[in-house]
Design a protein around this ligand. Structure first.
Ligand code: CA
Length: 663
C-alpha cells in the first residue's frame, strides 16, 4: 500500500511539471486540456498587460504588438511561454493603451497567419488586430443606470426584425446616420411626406423588441471602403465579441463602434424597447483561415469521417459546440454581450447545428443573470451535420431544451406556401392547409382538436408552452411576404395582395405564441422579388419610407393588431393547458377556421372572443348560435370607439378575418 501511494504521488508531481513545461501532441481533440479561466485575450492595467492564448498543440506562440490597427509591421514580437492547460502567456510591463496586437502559432513546424485571437473585445478596422482601449471611453453617460425594460412573459413580446442598414439607408428615412447604429436610436426623423420614421415610427407602431440582423463584426464588408455602399446581411462572423465596424461612424477608432452600439441600446431601453441580438456561432465566414482555426486548428469545427469539413451551415463549415472549449466560448460570449452591452435576448442562427446540451447550458447561464432574457432560434440546420439529429437543437427536439423557443415554419409556410416551392401558395392563396393554420393558432402545443397527422413540416406538437414558439409569415430569409404573395398569386391586384397580407398578420398576431414581423412590412415593403438578398444592393433591401404615406391603411392596420394583442392577454396565454382548455375550434366548412377563447379565464377584459378566418373566394355565413357579439374587426376595419352588435349570423367576406367579443 505504502509503495503504491508513493508512486501515485510522484506521478502526480511529474504530471504537474510536464503540464506547465511543454505542450504535447494529443491523440484526439477530446484529450485537449480545458481552460476554465475567463482571462483569455488581454488583461490590461496601466502598469502591465497580460496576454493569454489557448492553443494546446502549438509548438510556439508569438505575440505581436502594433502601433496601428491596420498598417505597418509589429514594433515588438515576443515568444509566449506555455503556462499549462493549453494556455500560452506573456506579460508586457508597459502601458499599452492605444496599441494593437495579434497572436501567431507554430504548429506542425509551420507558422500560421496572425490573428487577434477569438477573445478580442475591441479591434482595428476590418478586425484583423485586437486593440487595447480605455473601456471607460466606451460607456455613454448614464450607462451604469441603464435598465432592461420590464417583460413579464415572452408571449408579451412583439418582435421586429431589422437590419441596421435597411432601416435608415434610404434618404426617405430622413436619418442623420444612415445605415449606422446611431440611426436606429435617432428621434425626430420624418419621411418626405411628413410621416414619422426611425425610432419614432417604432414607438408609434408599438413593438416591444427589435431583433437586429448580425451586428457583431462580420467579414464580408471591407470597412476601409464603406463609401462603396457594399451590402451584406452579415451572416459571416469574424470577431464574435466585437460590434461590426461598418455600422459605426469610425471603424478605425476601436472604441467608437462600442460606444455607439451601447448608446443605441441605452436609447432603445429608455423608451421601453428590448434588443435581441442575432448570433451566428454555428459557422465562420472562412474556415481554415478563421480566427478560431488559427488558434487551435481543427478543434473548433466538425469534420466528416473522411476528414473534410462538415457543412451543416451551407456556408462551408460548421462549428463543434459539443467540444468543451467551443461550448465555453459560446457561453462566455453570450454572457459578455449581456453584461457589457446589456443585450436582452438572442436569436440563434441555425440553432439546429448546435448540440442540445450546449443550448441548455447557455439557457442556465443566462438564467443566472436574468431569466427574462429571451433565447430563440432556428430549429433546423442548413445542410447535413456531423453529429446526429437526436443530439441537436432542432425543432422537433424542442421539448428537450425548453424554454428556448423555435421559429414555426409551420404557420409561415401554411399561410404563404412552402419555402421550397416558389410559386406554390398556402392558406392565403386558398389552399387547404387549414389544419396547419390551426396548429399555428394553438402555438404548436398539444391541443385535442388539432390533427397532427395532417400538418406540414411537423407530425407532433413541439412547444411545451406558447412561449416556446415564434409565429411569423416573413423574415429576412427567402421572399418577404409581399413578394411571396406576388409569386404565388400572379393575377392578384395590389389591393388583393394587401388583403392577403393583412389576413396573414391578423393570424400571426392573434395566434398563441410570440409574434414576429420583418421590418418594413407594416409599410408594405418588398424586395423586388429577390429571395436571397443577402448581398443585394440597397435598392433591393432598403425600406422606402415613402411607402408609409402611400400605404397608410396597411400601417394603421398593423398598429391596430399590435394594440389588440397588447390589450388582450387572451391572445398571449402562457401554458399549453390553458390553450387546450380555453381555445375551442368551432365546427365549420372547409376554408373557414373559427374559434372561441374563454377570455375571462385568461385575465382578459373581454369575457369571450371569437375569431373567424375565411380563405375561400366567396363570402360565407357563420352561425352564432343565437348569441349576441360585439364586432371588433370586420372587412379590414377595427371598430374601437362605438359598439356594433351582431347576433344569429354574420357574413365573412373572402380573404378576411372577423374578430368578435362579448364583454
Ligand atoms: Ca467587419
Amino acid at each position: 500500500m505504502k509503495l503504491k501511494n508513493l508512486i501515485a504521488i510522484s506521478l502526480a508531481a511529474i504530471s504537474i511539471v510536464s503540464c506547465s513545461e511543454k505542450p504535447q501532441k494529443y491523440a484526439s481533440y477530446d484529450d485537449y486540456p480545458v481552460y476554465k479561466g475567463n482571462d483569455l485575450g488581454v488583461t490590461y492595467s496601466a502598469e502591465s498587460s497580460t496576454f493569454k492564448a489557448w492553443s494546446p498543440e502549438a509548438e510556439e506562440v508569438r505575440l505581436n504588438l502594433y502601433e496601428d490597427g491596420v498598417i505597418g509591421a509589429p514594433y515588438a514580437t515576443y515568444d509566449m511561454k506555455y503556462d499549462g492547460e493549453g494556455v500560452w502567456k506573456y506579460t508586457v510591463k508597459e502601458d499599452l493603451i492605444g496599441k494593437f496586437f495579434t497572436f501567431q502559432i507554430k504548429q506542425n513546424d509551420k507558422w500560421l497567419g496572425t490573428t487577434p485571437g477569438i477573445w478580442a473585445k475591441a479591434v482595428g478596422c476590418n478586425g484583423d488586430r485586437a486593440a487595447i482601449i480605455d473601456w471607460n471611453s466606451t460607456n455613454p453617460e448614464g450607462w451604469e443606470n441603464d435598465k432592461r425594460p420590464e417583460m413579464k412573459s415572452f408571449t408579451d413580446a412583439i418582435i421586429y426584425e431589422v437590419h441596421m442598414r435597411d432601416f435608415t439607408i434610404s434618404p426617405s428615412s430622413g436619418s442623420s446616420f444612415p445605415g449606422k447604429f446611431l440611426g436606429l436610436s435617432e428621434t425626430g426623423t420624418k419621411s418626405p411626406e411628413g410621416e414619422k420614421t426611425g425610432l419614432d415610427h417604432l414607438l408609434d407602431l408599438g413593438i416591444s423588441h427589435v431583433q437586429i440582423l448580425p451586428m457583431y463584426d462580420y467579414g464580408s464588408i471591407d470597412e476601409t471602403k464603406l463609401n462603396q455602399n457594399n451590402y451584406n446581411w452579415g451572416y459571416d462572423p469574424k470577431n464574435y465579441n466585437v460590434p461590426e465596424g461598418g455600422y459605426s461612424t469610425d471603424p478605425y477608432a476601436p472604441n467608437v463602434r462600442i460606444y455607439e452600439l451601447k448608446s443605441m441600446i441605452q436609447k432603445l431601453h429608455s423608451v421601453g424597447i428590448r434588443v435581441i441580438m442575432d448570433v451566428v456561432y454555428n459557422h465562420t465566414f472562412v474556415g481554415a483561415e478563421s480566427h478560431l482555426n488559427l488558434m487551435a486548428p481543427g478543434y473548433f469545427y466538425r469534420m466528416k469521417s473522411d476528414s473534410t469539413w462538415s457543412n451543416g451551415s451551407g456556408c462551408g463549415n460548421e462549428t463543434a459546440s459539443e467540444r468543451p472549449m467551443m461550448r465555453q466560448f459560446i457561453i462566455e460570449s453570450v454572457k459578455y454581450w449581456i453584461n457589457e452591452y446589456h443585450i436582452d435576448g438572442f436569436r440563434f442562427d441555425l440553432m439546429g447545428i448546435h448540440d442540445i446540451e450546449t443550448m441548455k447550458t447557455i439557457r442556465a447561464a443566462v438564467d443566472e443573470i436574468d431569466p427574462s432574457i429571451s433565447i430563440h432560434g432556428e430549429g433546423w440546420a442548413g445542410g447535413e451535420c456531423a453529429i446526429p439529429e437526436s443530439e441537436r437543437a432542432v425543432k422537433q427536439n424542442a421539448p428537450l431544451f425548453a424554454p428556448i423557443a423555435v421559429f414555426s415554419d409551420n404557420i409561415r409556410d401554411g399561410l404563404r406556401g412552402n419555402w421550397t416551392e416558389g410559386d406554390a401558395g398556402g392558406f392565403l392563396a386558398g389552399k387547404d392547409l387549414d389544419e396547419t393554420i390551426k396548429f399555428g393558432i394553438v402555438g404548436a402545443t398539444n391541443h385535442p382538436q388539432v390533427d397532427f397527422t395532417n400538418i406540414i413540416h411537423s407530425n407532433a406538437p413541439y412547444a411545451t408552452t406558447p412561449a416556446q414558439v415564434i409565429n411569423y409569415v416573413s423574415c429576412h430569409d427567402d421572399p418577404c411576404i409581399v413578394d411571396k404573395l406576388k409569386a404565388t398569386c400572379p393575377e392578384a391586384t395590389i389591393d388583393e395582395i394587401i388583403k392577403m397580407d393583412l389576413l396573414a398578420q391578423t393570424i400571426v398576431f392573434t395566434s398563441q405564441g410570440v409574434p414576429f414581423i420583418y421590418a418594413g412590412e407594416e409599410v408594405l415593403r418588398d424586395k423586388k422579388m429577390v429571395h436571397n438578398s443577402y448581398n443585394s444592393p440597397d435598392s433591393i433591401n432598403e425600406i422606402n419610407w415613402s411607402n408609409k404615406a402611400k400605404y397608410n391603411n396597411v400601417y394603421k392596420f398593423y398598429r391596430s393588431l399590435i394594440q389588440l394583442r397588447r390589450c388582450h392577454p387572451a391572445f398571449r396565454m402562457n401554458s399549453a393547458e390553458s390553450v387546450a382548455e380555453n381555445l375551442r375550434f368551432m365546427e365549420s366548412e372547409p376554408g373557414i377556421i373559427a374559434y372561441t377563447i374563454n377570455a375571462k379565464e385568461c385575465g382578459d377584459s373581454w369575457s369571450k372572443i371569437m375569431v373567424i378566418l375565411n380563405r375561400n373566394k366567396e363570402p360565407k355565413n357563420i352561425n352564432l348560435d343565437g348569441e349576441t357579439w360585439n364586432v371588433y374587426l370586420k372587412d379590414e376595419t377595427f371598430i374601437v370607439e362605438e359598439k356594433q352588435k351582431v347576433s344569429n349570423t354574420i357574413t365573412i367576406n373572402p380573404t378576411t378575418a372577423i374578430i368578435l367579443y362579448q364583454e
